[in-house]
Design a protein around this ligand. Sequence first.
Ligand code: HEM
Length: 164
Amino acid sequence: MYRFCVAALAGPLLSATLAMAEPLPGELPVDPYEASNENAGAAPLENPDVFVAFHGQAGIDRIVDDLVDRVIVDPRIEGIFRASDLVRLRRTLKEQFCYLLGGPCDYTGRDMVEAHKDQGITMREFNALVESLQLAMDTEGVPFAMQNRLIAKLAPMQRDVVTR
Ligand code: HEM
């Protein structure tokens, strides 16, 4: 009995599993998966100056909205996003960037392999998206050195995102 109680209490404390976030109105259902910050693909930055340089959650929200607005009209990659749930994409990207930048957020989306496995993304297309991200960060007034802190977190994810 004692052992059962320890397991029952320790399980939720030790596990990295997160409660699934409440979907936003308009989000489409996805196949079940386990939500975990590990799905974000990298550990968060520890220097609190970076989150401040991105103007906190509000700045990250503006950057992600600008990024998504750009990629869905970029002739090099817009086709890849045509069938996507952009409400979910904006929400999960905001969570992911906030988490990676050391903000007070959990990432509740799918891991990078799972999210991109059916997209057939090339390295050129990956670079096109990063270009839009850089323009979005410029527009927000994020200093170049701080921009590079986020880019450095995202660059190794090409291994999971680029499949062709
Ligand atoms: C490091 C770079 C990237 C990051 C961090 C990233 C992040 C994400 C995230 C968080 C999601 C949503 C996951 C979820 O729904 O649970 C997602 C989905 C998606 N990403 Fe990326 N992504 C990256 C690169 C790219 C690139 C280069 C493309 C195409 C040019 C792309 C196309 C897509 C598409 C189309 C979806 C939606 C998939 C669906 O509707 O099921 N991503 N990505």
